[in-house]
Design a protein around this ligand. Structure first.
Ligand SMILES: NC(=O)c1ccc[n+]([C@@H]2O[C@H](COP(=O)([O-])OP(=O)(O)OC[C@H]3O[C@@H](n4cnc5c(N)ncnc54)[C@H](O)[C@@H]3O)[C@@H](O)[C@H]2O)c1
Length: 289
């Protein structure tokens, strides 16, 4: 979608962190933006910020796990801006703990927001992007955790691998209809994700349960903890990610890899898989049936 000025973006989890950075980059490029988020205070702050800069922005209270509410949010956006061209399925929460300590409430909360939220966004908006014939783009926020699994991250890894898989598939489906797809895969960025429990509904345990502290993990080797801590101390500014997403939309870039320091980990995983293929090929070659 080379030309973005005058077009409309819908961003879930848009009231803080990466989503807010996207809203700033998109409005800076002349786009109209609908910011949808579950957090009232963050929505109010975002509405105030964009009112001050006279940007074409509406804010909508939304829980991405609520399909009817998402449908309604899409309708509200079309009422305000006529059509939607760019959808950023970005709302997400993080949790870390050894898998033996996870409850169903942990799984249901994080799977609901990070995976069902993206699925719901794809379901609600794909027909809308197709309906107006002006082309469009979907950006799904995954993570480096969608390419490399680490201990203590089973739930988050599950959701983010799924978002990468979903995105890789719909990239091919929607290419026939002039709809681009990108998958955003950042490493550590300075946002509110590390206090995700602030938006954890009481039905899933409430905000008292601390969600994310991988450095605390008693089973993580000290060397890895130090590495993690160094990464956490040197987190990227979300503003750069907002601009990267805009660039990806305008240049039809599928993978958005903002953190080159994770490349080696992805290659290591590919090598491990490749070696396993070779061992199983040898097994087959020697198999006497
Ligand atoms: N910050 C990082 O280091 C990092 C790295 C990789 C991926 N990500 C991903 O980036 C995305 C954005 O997170 P962030 O880092 O900006 O964190 P953030 O906490 O600053 O922003 C997430 C936003 O999602 C909203 N949200 C939470 N639950 C919601 C729900 N049920 N419905 C609607 N909105 C909801 C929150 O209110 C918040 O405004 C997430 O998908 C996250 O997994 C973040």
């Amino acid at each position: 979608m080379k030309e973005v000025a005058g077009k409309t973006a819908f961003i879930t989890g848009g009231a803080s962190g990466l989503g807010l950075a996207m809203a700033r980059s998109f409005t800076g490029a002349g786009m109209k933006v609908a910011i949808a988020d579950i957090d009232d205070d963050a929505l109010k702050a975002a509405a105030d910020e964009f009112a001050e800069s006279n940007a074409d922005v509406i804010t909508i209270k939304l829980d991405v796990t609520d399909r009817d509410a998402l449908e309604d949010a899409a309708r509200q956006t079309e009422e305000a801006f006529d059509k939607v061209h760019l959808v950023c399925n970005n709302a997400g929460v993080a949790i870390s703990a050894n898998v033996r300590d996870h409850s169903y409430a942990d799984w249901d909360w994080v799977m609901g927001v990070n995976l069902d939220g993206v699925i719901n966004g794809v379901q609600v908006f794909t027909p809308r992007l197709l309906s107006h014939g002006e082309g469009g783009h979907i950006v799904n926020t995954a993570s480096m955790a969608g390419h490399v699994a680490t201990q203590g991250m089973s739930i988050y890894n599950t959701t983010k691998y799924a978002v990468v898989g979903l995105s890789e598939s719909i990239l091919q489906d929607l290419a026939h209809f002039d709809i681009g797809v990108s998958v955003l895969c950042p490493g550590f960025v300075a946002t509110g994700i590390y206090t995700s429990e602030r938006n954890r509904p009481t039905t899933f345990g409430g905000s008292e349960i601390s969600a994310f502290d991988p450095v605390k993990d008693e089973y993580r080797p000290d060397e890895e903890k130090q590495l993690l801590q160094r990464s956490l101390d040197a987190m990227l500014d979300p503003a750069m990610i907002g601009d990267m997403v805009l660039h990806a939309v305008q240049n039809d870039e599928f993978y958005i890899f903002s953190h080159p320091e994770f490349k080696e980990g992805v290659q290591e995983r590919a090598r491990t898989i490749s070696n396993a293929f070779d061992r199983w090929a040898a097994y087959r070659a020697n198999y006497d049936s």
